[in-house]
Design a protein around this ligand. Structure first.
Ligand code: SDX
Length: 434
């Protein structure tokens, strides 16, 4: 079969170059430009990587036009409806869903790594009580590299796998403790008898003075949130983990870099920004249309948080799942009822925006962050913990991509170039000549 190539012609020199076209299992083909600079002395230019594939990956597939999301070929809808987060972690890391023996063995390994080195507690007390929990997460996760030296053999496949298990296990403890510290509450140790979501809720909300049992409706809702947030191809924070990891840094530092990137309101920090926006709209007593118009006004920096996506030019399939979950939680749980006003505003915002030419023409739909915060509030999770929840879920995605990258012997340090627009060469002037 003839090789598929494209020809690039420079209309100044008339010279042409033939470039291979690469074919993935699904999704757009790619022009292989790895040799372009060597052959032409020219770079490609693609800030924000709008048209750039950075790697081969078997883990997650998105189709932005169809609003499709699959982990290792399984649809997010089926995984969220039928699966557990532990199964999703096994799937993302191993490539296949576990049978019962594999599931039990994996769960046993994760459950027996949930404790933290006792000295790590002291890191928390170094932060102010009002520190944003994402600052704590960046610090404490990065500091794991000062405690778990035996998980640094990044070129050893088994050691990398163990590190992945360790991180999946410890993130809920680290996350819950950042909440407990911020609220002056005693740290609660993990309980190995509990499921992953129940254990997190236990460490977040149980008190030494009374019996705590997680509401099964909230526990199942958390499981769905964890599954839908687990991975998402080469998003900013996953690309950060891959880029940091390409320097062969230890995995804890690479994941800490991913947490830092996720924190931004353009990315995972949007879930907190959405609820702050909904509260601002509620308290302003202005109509929703006022805020939709403000989001369209280029002289304003205001955006509809939780709207739009680099890849999805259709409804984010996760937003559909989370929106339905939101309704379910609010209808079933009297506790959640107090947040119905925010859901009503969100629904109104969505309906007004999706009939507005500005949003329709730009294909701006609700994304994963638009409804998730209302569910977190219903669980009793405060605003500044929303992105921590996202980081806890996304850790499996980050570490699976890191594991995949470090297992590829063609991986090299990532080092993009630039288009230089500064001063050309000039001589150093003496002080009295400046
Ligand atoms: C996540 O990549 C991933 O997969 C991320 C994620 C994951 O799971 O890892 O899905 C998680 O980060 C979801 C996105 C969360 N962020 C937000 O909700 C913040 C609000 N949305 C945006 O700022 C924006 O939509 C982005 C950042 C999500 C996407 O930005 P792009 O692809 O760079 O698009 P853009 O900024 O170039 O916008 C294109 C146009 C612009 O208008 P014009 O220049 O064409 O006139 O759409 C406008 C933008 O001004 N626009 C918005 C808007 N989002 C885009 N206008 C108003 N409100 C918005 N929310």
């Amino acid at each position: 079969m003839t090789k598929h190539t494209v020809t690039l012609t420079d209309n100044k020199t008339g010279e042409s170059i033939e470039l291979d076209v690469l074919h993935p299992t699904q999704g757009p083909n790619a022009i292989d430009v790895t040799q372009l600079y060597k052959k032409t002395g020219m770079f490609t230019y693609d800030p924000g990587f709008m048209s750039t594939a950075s790697c081969w990956s078997d883990i997650t597939y998105l189709d932005g036009g169809k609003g499709l999301l699959e982990y290792r070929g399984y649809s997010i809808q089926q995984l969220a409806e039928q699966g557990s987060f532990m199964e999703t972690c096994y799937l993302l890391l191993n490539g296949e869903l576990p049978n019962q023996t594999e599931f039990d063995e994996f769960t046993h390994r994760v459950v027996h790594h949930t404790m933290l080195h006792e000295q790590i507690k002291r890191f928390y007390s170094g932060f102010r009580r009002d520190a944003h929990p994402m600052a704590t997460m960046v610090g404490v996760v990065g500091a794991l590299s000062a405690f778990y030296h035996e998980y640094m053999e990044i070129h050893d496949e088994k050691n990398r796998y163990e590190t992945a298990v360790l991180l999946i296990a410890k993130m809920p403890t680290i996350a819950a403790w950042s909440y407990r510290y911020a609220n002056g509450l005693p740290f609660v140790y993990p309980d190995n008898k509990l499921s992953y979501p129940d254990n997190f809720l236990h460490m977040m909300f149980s008190l030494p003075s009374e019996e705590y049992l997680a509401d099964p409706r909230m526990s199942r809702a958390l499981e769905v949130i964890l599954i839908t947030h687990a991975d998402h191809e080469q998003n900013a924070s996953t690309s950060t983990v891959r880029l940091a990891g390409s320097s062969e840094v230890n995995p804890f530092a690479a994941i800490s870099a991913g947490i830092a990137s996720l924190w931004g309101p353009a990315h995972g920090g949007a879930n907190e920004a959405v609820v702050r926006m909904l509260m601002e709209i509620r308290d302003s007593e202005k109509p929703v249309q006022h805020f939709v118009d403000k989001a369209k006004d280029k002289t304003q920096s205001f955006r509809l948080m939780g709207f739009g996506h680099r890849v999805y030019k259709n409804y984010d399939p996760r937003a559909t799942i989370i929106k339905e979950l939101c309704h379910k939680i609010l209808n079933e749980s009297e506790v959640a009822e107090e947040h119905r006003d925010l859901l009503d505003i969100a629904m109104k915002l969505e309906s007004v925006a999706l009939e507005d030419e500005y949003f329709v023409s730009r294909k701006l739909y609700p994304n994963v962050d638009f409804y998730s915060g209302i569910i977190f509030l219903s669980m009793g999770i405060p605003l500044n913990m929303f992105t921590v929840m996202f980081a806890m879920a996304r850790t499996i995605g980050w570490i699976s991509h890191w594991h995949e990258m470090m297992g590829d012997d063609k991986t090299r340090i990532a080092r993009p170039r630039q288009l230089y627009t500064g001063e050309t060469s000039r001589d150093y002037p003496p002080m009295d000549k400046r």
